[in-house]
Ligand binder design. Structure first.
Ligand code: PBG
Length: 335
C-alpha cells in the first residue's frame, strides 16, 4: 500500500507575490485615481455663508461665492465632476415643488457661474423634488398621500430642462419615478440639448443611510416619520435592480448608478457584469458619517479606511464613485 507522505513544501506559495511592495504594486488589479471621483456639494443662498452639517463632519453648506474656491480646488486636484445639491429656503417650498422649475433658482444660477468660471469642470445636478417640496418627498402627492408618478415625471422633465438650459453637463434623476429617463431624454433631444448626459440613479434603495444627507439639504424635518418605500427600492431585492437598470438604459441613460454604495457592492458587481455600461456607486452620507464617527473615536484609521473603501468600489466594478471624501482622496493620491 502506498502511504501518502506529507509534501515537504506547500504546492503553491501565493505569498511570493506579496513579499515585496514592487510585486504587490505590479500585480494589483484595481486602482483608485482622481478620475474616478465625483464630489457632492451642498449649496444655499447668500454670500459668505458656510454652515457645518453636524452629522457629516468636514461637510459644509456653502453659498456660491464660497463654492467657487472649492470648485477651483477640485480642478487642481483633477476631480472630473462636482454634483450639486441645494438647501432651498423653506419659504420657497410648496407641495408641488415648483421652485424646481425656476430658471433663476439657486441651482441654475450656481450651474451658470460654475460653467463660466471653470468650463472644464463637469457639473452634475440632482433631478428630484425633495429639496423643493414642503413635505420632503421626491414627487407630488395625491389626496391619500401617495406619490403620483406621471405628474411627477412631468415636473422632473421641466426641472432637467431648466438645468440643461443653465448649461449643466450631467443631469442625475434620483427620484425613482417610472419612465422619467425616457421623458427627460426625449425632452432634451427635442429642445436640442443633445450633449446633456444622463446619469440615472437606477438602483436607488429606500435606505436609512441617507439620514445625514437629509440634514444637509434640510428635508429631514419635513419628511418626519414618512419614508420613501413606495418609490425607492426594497433593500431585500437584487434582481429588481437589474430590471431597473435595463429600463433606464433602454430609455436613454448614458450612465447608471447604484445607491447606497458599500452595503450594496453585490448590486454594483451584478449590474456591471450584466450590462457593461458606465456604472457608478454613491458612497452616501450615512456611510461617510460612520467612517468619520469611528475615526473621531480613534476606532478606525481615517485615511486607511477611506482609501480601502474607495478601492472596494473599484474592485466591485464601479467606474467611479460619488463620495464626500473626494477631495481628501484626491489630495492623498497627489502625495
Ligand atoms: C434626493 C437624494 C437623496 C440622496 C441623493 N439625492 C436622499 C433621498 O433620496 O432621500 C442621498 C445622498 C446621501 O445620503 O448622501 N432625491
Amino acid at each position: 500500500m502506498h502511504l501518502q507522505s506529507p509534501a515537504p513544501f506547500p504546492q503553491n506559495r501565493p505569498r511570493r507575490l506579496r513579499r515585496d511592495a514592487f510585486t504587490r504594486r505590479l500585480v494589483r488589479e484595481n486602482l483608485v485615481t482622481a478620475d474616478d471621483l465625483i464630489y457632492p456639494v451642498f449649496v444655499h443662498e447668500g454670500t459668505k455663508r458656510s454652515e457645518a452639517v453636524a452629522s457629516m463632519p468636514g461637510v459644509d453648506r456653502l453659498s456660491l461665492d464660497l463654492l467657487l474656491p472649492v470648485a477651483e480646488d477640485c480642478v487642481k486636484l483633477g476631480i472630473p465632476v462636482l454634483a450639486l445639491f441645494p438647501a432651498i429656503d423653506p419659504a420657497l417650498k410648496t407641495p408641488d415643488g415648483k421652485e424646481a422649475l425656476n430658471p433663476d433658482g439657486l441651482i441654475p444660477r450656481v450651474v451658470r457661474a460654475l460653467k463660466k468660471e471653470f468650463p472644464d469642470l463637469g457639473v452634475m445636478t440632482d433631478v428630484a423634488l425633495d429639496p423643493y417640496t414642503s413635505h420632503g418627498q421626491d414627487g407630488v402627492l395625491d389626496e391619500t398621500g401617495y406619490i403620483i408618478n406621471d405628474e411627477t415625471v412631468e415636473i422632473l422633465t421641466g426641472q432637467a430642462l431648466t438645468h440643461a438650459e443653465a448649461g449643466v453637463d450631467i443631469v442625475a434623476p434620483s427620484d425613482m419615478m417610472d419612465g422619467r429617463i425616457g421623458a427627460i431624454r426625449e425632452a432634451l433631444e427635442v429642445q436640442g440639448h443633445i450633449h446633456t448626459r444622463i446619469m440615472a440613479y437606477s438602483a436607488k434603495y429606500a435606505s436609512a443611510f441617507y439620514g445625514p444627507f437629509r440634514d444637509a439639504v434640510g428635508t429631514r424635518g419635513a419628511l418626519g416619520k414618512a419614508d420613501k418605500n413606495v418609490y425607492q427600492m426594497d433593500p431585500g431585492n437584487s434582481d429588481e435592480a437589474l430590471r431597473e437598470v435595463a429600463i433606464d438604459i433602454a430609455e436613454g441613460a448614458d450612465m447608471v448608478m447604484v445607491k447606497p454604495g458599500m452595503p450594496y457592492l453585490d448590486i454594483v458587481r451584478r449590474v456591471k457584469d450584466e450590462f457593461k455600461v458606465p456604472t457608478f456607486a454613491y458612497q452616501v452620507s450615512g456611510e461617510y458619517a460612520m467612517i468619520k464617527a469611528a475615526a473621531a473615536n480613534g476606532w478606525l484609521d481615517h485615511d486607511a479606511v477611506m482609501m480601502e473603501s474607495l478601492l472596494a468600489f473599484k474592485r466591485a466594478g464601479a467606474d467611479g464613485v460619488l463620495t464626500y471624501f473626494a477631495r481628501d482622496v484626491a489630495r492623498k493620491l497627489q502625495k
